[in-house]
Design a protein around this ligand. Structure first.
Ligand SMILES: Cc1ncc(COP(=O)(O)O)c(C=O)c1O
Length: 385
């Protein structure tokens, strides 16, 4: 009999991919499903990036690259973070990875020791907790749900969650799934705790371009944070390049040196073609115009969805960023609810328990206004809301 490692058997499958499979199966059986489960922009990759991808292939850029990334990509990523997010990274502070997900994975592998604790702010993205488990650590959960998903009222809870075993706090703002954008006061609270206790912080800023109103300072730009922060970003969401699998992490050199080992021994390097496309994305795309167009659409969808729910007395917290919304559902088992919603109502969603926020399902605003409104109607008509 094959004996598996506990740290692998302990983690479950990824809920968004599980729901996606159920949607595919239901569609194959002839069920008409509005899929609000998948977390990827429904916009095309900008034309200049497609061209750069072809050019990379035509130029024979098909071999391994330097493990941490081609110099042009490391430089473009640092330039992008400094220009767009007012950070202060050099190209040597960057590792290009196959997706932001791998950047998170290798960082957690490199910084979390067996038995270490990582503080998660729930609802938290469904892969954080499994990544901590796979590294031999355990998550310490701070629940933001009672505070309407806001962080500043929970800062004392975060401080109380710190123990001698705490290795790291994981912050994701704008948040997937809640859509909350953490305030300056909240981020200063994180800074104070991290500096006081000498704890590392991962700041997952993959949705940072997706803020409906105002902005947000990056955690690494706060006093005392540069040296202890690993900033995660990538091209998947902002440039609609999920299938290219290209992300990056940015951190001080001593962190890059250690994380670089986990990276080279796991994947060698990110895809060469994607890296060349990434240079074009980060350096030559008119980000304001490209994101501005998407945000106008997402905002109309967000408002249509929240208002349609309000019309039937279902209160959805207004997302401030990213492209998700949390729909409250009266179900003891929200995974069962989400499975039923696919077959019974023809709507795909991801259960909140996958994000440690039971009682909700996550809705991706990646379908048209009409379909989002129809999805609420379908769920309501099926007696599920
Ligand atoms: C919060 C968060 N971080 C990181 C990622 C990783 O994205 P990718 O690996 O596509 O760059 C995702 C993807 O859904 C996400 O939602």
């Amino acid at each position: 009999m094959t004996v598996f490692a506990d740290r692998v058997t302990e983690v479950g499958p990824a809920a968004p991919f599980l729901i996606s499979k159920l949607v595919t199966e239901a569609r194959a059986d002839g069920v008409d499903v509005i899929d609000l489960g998948v977390g990827q922009p429904d916009f095309p990759v900008p034309e200049n990036i497609i061209e750069a991808s072809h050019d990379a292939l035509d130029a024979g850029q098909t071999g391994y690259t330097a493990s941490k990334g081609i110099p042009a990509l490391r430089s473009a990523a640092a330039d992008y973070l400094n220009r767009r997010h007012r950070l202060a990274y050099d190209p040597e502070h960057i590792i290009a990875t196959p997706g932001g997900k791998h950047a998170l994975y290798v960082t957690i592998q490199s910084l979390v020791e067996r038995g270490d604790e990582v503080i998660l702010l729930n609802p938290s993205w469904s892969s954080y907790d499994p990544m901590v488990t796979l590294a031999g650590g355990r998550s310490s959960h701070v629940d933001l749900t009672p505070y309407d998903f806001r962080l500043e009222p929970a800062i004392d809870d975060v401080a109380e969650a710190v123990t001698n075993d705490t290795a790291m706090i994981l912050v994701n703002s704008p948040s997937n799934p809640s859509g909350r954008v953490f305030t300056d006061e909240a981020l200063r609270g994180v800074r104070d705790i991290a500096v006081d206790h000498d704890i590392s912080v991962i700041s997952d800023e993959i949705y940072k371009e997706f803020i409906y109103e105002g902005g947000q300072q990056s955690l690494a730009a706060y006093d005392g944070m540069f040296e202890r922060t690993i900033t995660i970003n990538g091209v998947s969401k902002a440039f609609c390049m999920t299938g290219y699998r290209l992300g990056f992490l940015a951190a001080p050199s001593e962190i890059i040196e250690q994380v670089g080992k986990a990276h080279v021994h796991s994947v060698s390097c990110a895809s060469s073609i994607s890296q060349h496309a990434g240079v074009e994305a980060l350096l030559n795309t008119d980000v304001d115009e490209h994101i501005g167009e998407m945000m106008q659409v997402y905002e109309r969808r967000r408002d249509a969805f929240v208002e349609t729910c309000a019309d039937i007395d279902v209160e959805v917290p207004l997302p401030e960023g990213a492209f998700y919304a949390m729909l409250p559902v009266a179900a003891d088992d929200d995974m069962q609810w989400a499975k039923e919603a696919v077959r019974k109502a023809g709507v795909g969603t991801v259960p909140g328990s996958a994000f440690f926020s039971p009682g909700f399902v996550r809705v991706a605003l990646t379908q048209s206004e009409e379909l989002l409104v129809e999805a609420v109607d379908r769920l309501s008509s099926a007696g599920m809301l």
